[in-house]
Design a protein. Structure first.
Lengths: 615, 260
């Protein structure tokens, strides 16, 4: 294939009307620019989520002592009521940081990165489409996301501070916190969430329509990459699971602003005072509506990650994915089942053992397709001539990390063992193994893998490997000890790192060793933060000074996104795309190269292997 | 750059892009209203015996609104069919009625809302309860005048089951000094009014947006008909699909909130 040089791309671009800076980068309708907007914004939120946690970890490791440097800064920014002069963060601020860490990481970092960034950038390229079906809707989707993010960040600086009731915002707690101030942090949280939900809904409609309508000629469903399947299912989850949360958000907003009682029971007493409300509401209703979204949301977080990892593994093992069809059916099954497992988050709410049994069963069933996908990926490694580069390292890191996260979820799915583990650090460790070293590693794999397509330059391999190695070590150093703390019974929302329940005298509580693990975890968190520096520098440095790619297809890949010029111009393809084969035709016997692109016409003369061809 | 199948249907799906998009969007809307209907069911089932209100709303107004919306559904289809037959004038007429229906619906709805906001429950210090509409003209800084009834405190269920027949009664005059609390029938009054305002409010917002879109296509964007008739018909069809959904939601809301 002829590599397209920068000069060629410029020549093509000059045929079009040159767009100004604002239209080209800020109000762009090009799916690739929107994808990159999502990516950069998402990475910034990912980092700010880590920063919030870094401050919280100081409080957990050294309860009641001032946070060095940052404490003073926060004191100036947020005032005496939130952070003392000595830099000690208040319980309220700790709660706010905890709630916002969860909200930012889930709704403002991982989903926008996995779905918004990679989905936008890669999906139309991989299906051979010129753009999304609704480019302007796509732009509005990003703007809603951006607005939601701004509202969430702004809420730190309003009277009373940001939302403090956890990322789950359980009522009545969420409604009665700061209910003498309006609008309060929770109001901002709800309105911010409504913006994010609208963003996801518009995105989901766009993605599904694009995949249904704009697949290139010959690209049948079973020739579609697994990544696109993952995005397809993810979009359906967002489309159908988010609206109930939107409904819940409207109801909670009315509780918050109009003094209704959707989630407030009759006779609610707060601080010894009976609330002046009409009552008659149900706290369980919020939990049902919330988890009806939030369980499918878990799969929204992981499925795109699986998609990315599949692409990277297929490319770097140089062999077809093992069990592609089973993986596709599995991901569809996951998509369906994820709608009927939500109440396994609610075993301890007293909703009844029969309901719990039902959800326990579905929860066990949904682990089967997940295991099939993971097994297929492991099997794909077998017998491959594996290239160890940075994307592949992150993809390989994903597999055992996701495995740990998935398997440790089983005891939480059984309602008997969940009684002990519920709301402990075990839960934190479990889902972080899935999302942090799981999805985030997959996202890194994707960034290292598709960066050359977006910029025309490679990320530095050496610093990439440093980034991977350090991240891998410290991720495990952060989350592995939390399993121990959780099994020892340490509750997850403790301002003092479990000191309240420490063993003292005759009272048996948390042992000093378990509490002391906090110190090691905190150091690992800070080290993990520092380990991202090579990545951040690498990311920005390589835009201008990275190694230039010499071909449009630097990884020798089969899928369609590598058949475009580099970087792809507005409209993507400069030739007609007709797909003639499946997505992972690596090392096909009889071919001259070890990869056969999806759109490469069949050999003019079929390989005969000594036998005459009969028509 | 041209997006394929923006106007012409894709052969294997038989649909143009916006039609796929609107159906997906409507699926998400079903989930949105579905969640609210589920919430309604849960509230109602959870309410203690005899405290879930009946007949707090005027059935005839709701009935009128139902008929108005069903009529608009018919005119939307007739408008679209007229375009298919190339009769732009007929389309203008039918779709004009649709917009008019939307406005009538919103007008009646606003009137019903106002009725709830001037409807008060007054709890007196001596334990008596009065319930009725505020008479603005006779209410002063010293007294509150209501057109309504006294509730027998031994039969509190009367509060939740007002008589269907409205009999003429002299106004109830209550000195303000006798009043312990008074509250109108806003969303804060009862979970029923809360879910009523929430669902009809959200539905009303859909009616408003739908009417604005239909009006925009009907009026300011009508020149598209000359330039690209097929695209224009598609727009009318997509907005019509949305409009049918909005009507359908009301078909469920009416019995649930007014009749049951």
């Amino acid at each position: 294939m002829q590599p397209t040089t920068q000069a060629d791309t410029h020549a093509q671009a000059s045929h079009h009307e040159e767009l100004g800076f604002w239209q080209k980068y800020i109000f762009s309708t090009d799916h690739k620019v929107i994808g990159i907007q999502y990516g950069i914004t998402g990475l910034m939120f990912l980092f700010s989520g880590l920063c919030l946690m870094s401050v919280m970890r100081w409080q957990l490791a050294n309860p009641g002592t001032g946070v060095p440097i940052i404490g003073t800064l926060l004191n100036h920014l947020l005032g005496e009521s939130m952070v003392s002069k000595a830099g000690v963060i208040s319980p309220d601020l700790y709660n706010a940081f905890g709630a916002m860490h969860g909200t930012i990481m889930v709704f403002l970092a991982i989903v926008p990165l996995a779905f918004g960034a990679f989905g936008n950038f890669v999906t139309p390229l991989q299906i051979g489409a010129p753009d999304m079906t609704f480019p302007r809707v796509n732009m509005v989707s990003y703007q809603f996301y951006f607005l939601g993010g701004i509202l969430m960040l702004a809420s730190f600086f309003i009277p009373g501070g940001a939302a403090q009731s956890g990322w789950t915002s359980y009522s009545p707690l969420a409604t009665v916190t700061n209910n003498n101030i309006h609008p309060n942090g929770q109001t901002f949280w709800i309105i911010g969430m409504v913006c994010l939900i609208n963003s996801s809904l518009l995105g989901a409609v766009n993605f599904i329509t694009t995949i249904i309508q704009l697949r290139a000629k010959g690209l049948t469903w079973m020739r579609m990459t697994f990544f696109c399947w993952a995005q397809f299912v993810t979009a359906f989850l967002l489309l159908l699971a988010f609206p109930p949360l939107e409904a819940a958000a409207v109801l909670q907003l009315m509780d918050n602003l109009l003094r209704t009682s959707f989630f407030l029971p009759t006779g609610l007493v707060v601080s010894g005072q009976m609330l002046h409300i009409s009552g008659g509401g149900s706290p369980l209703l919020w939990q049902h509506l919330f988890w009806f979204l939030a369980h499918p949301e878990v799969y929204v977080l992981i499925l795109p990650g699986m998609g990315i990892v599949t692409e990277v593994i297929a490319n770097n093992t140089r062999k077809p994915i093992w069990g592609y069809r089973s993986m596709v059916y599995s991901i569809l099954t996951i998509g369906f089942l994820s709608f009927i497992v939500w109440a396994h988050h609610m075993y301890l709410t007293g909703m009844g053992t029969r309901i719990a049994t039902f959800f326990q069963t579905t929860t066990m069933v949904i682990s089967i397709p997940s295991v099939i996908i993971l097994t297929a990926l492991f099997m794909s490694l077998w017998g491959g001539s594996i290239r160890i580069n940075t994307p592949m390292l992150f993809a390989l890191g994903f597999l055992p990390m996701f495995g740990i996260g998935g398997l440790t979820g089983l005891p939480l799915g059984f309602n008997a063992s969940d009684i002990h583990l519920h709301d402990t650090y075990y839960v934190i460790a479990h889902f972080h193994y899935i999302v942090a070293p799981g999805t985030i590693f997959a996202l890194f794999a994707g960034i290292y893998y598709w960066y050359p397509k977006a910029t025309g330059r490679m990320l530095n391999e050496f610093w990439g490997k440093v980034h991977f190695t350090l991240s891998f070590i410290f991720m495990n150093a952060v989350f592995m000890p939390m399993f121990i703390q959780g099994m020892a019974g340490m509750s997850r929302r403790m301002y003092d790192g479990g000191q309240t329940y420490a063993t003292s005298g005759d009272i048996i509580g948390l042992s000093p060793e378990v509490i002391h693990l906090n110190v090691g975890i905190s150091h690992a968190v800070w080290a993990l933060g520092l380990a991202q520096i090579p990545f951040i520098i690498n990311f920005f440095w390589s835009i201008n000074w990275g190694k230039k790619v010499t071909s449009d297809n630097p990884w020798d890949a089969t899928t369609l996104e590598w058949q475009t010029p580099t970087p792809p111009p507005h409209g993507n393809f400069d030739k007609e795309i007709e797909v003639v084969r499946g997505p992972y035709e690596y090392s096909v016997p009889g071919q001259s190269r070890d990869f056969t692109p999806q759109n490469e016409p069949d050999h003019p003369e079929p390989i005969t292997h000594g036998n005459p061809v009969r028509s | 750059m041209e997006i394929p199948y923006a106007v012409k249907p894709r052969p294997d799906t038989g649909l143009y892009n916006a039609k796929v998009g609107i159906w997906l969007f409507l699926a998400s809307e079903v989930m949105l209203f579905g969640a609210l209907f589920c919430s309604y069911i849960l509230m109602r089932v959870n309410a203690p015996e005899g405290t879930w209100p009946h007949h707090w709303l005027n059935i005839w107004l709701g009935m009128t609104n139902t008929i108005v919306l069903i009529l608009s559904s018919v005119t939307v289809v007739l408008g679209w069919a007229s375009l298919k037959m190339g009769k732009f004038g007929h389309y203008k007429f039918y779709q004009g009625i649709t917009i008019l229906c939307a406005l009538i619906f919103l007008g009646i709805k606003s009137f019903e809302y106002r009725d709830k906001f001037i409807h008060y429950q007054v709890n007196l210090k001596d334990g008596r309860i009065a319930d009725g509409h505020l008479i603005k003209a006779e209410t002063t800084t010293n007294v509150v005048a209501l057109e309504g009834r006294w509730i027998d405190t031994n039969k509190m269920e009367e509060l939740y089951n007002p008589p269907l027949e409205h009999s003429e009664t002299p106004p109830i005059i209550i000195p303000r000094s006798d009043i312990k609390t008074m509250e109108n029938y806003g969303p804060w009054h009862h979970t029923y009014t809360a879910i009523y305002f929430c669902m009809t409010g959200l539905h009303g917002l859909h009616v408003l947006i739908g009417a604005i879109v239909i009006f925009a296509i009907w009026g300011p964007l009508a020149k598209v008909w000359e330039q690209d008739p097929e695209r224009y018909i598609n727009r009318v069809e997509v907005s019509g699909l949305f409009w049918h959904f909005v009507d359908l939601v009301w078909i469920f809301l009416f019995p649930v909130l007014y009749l049951l």
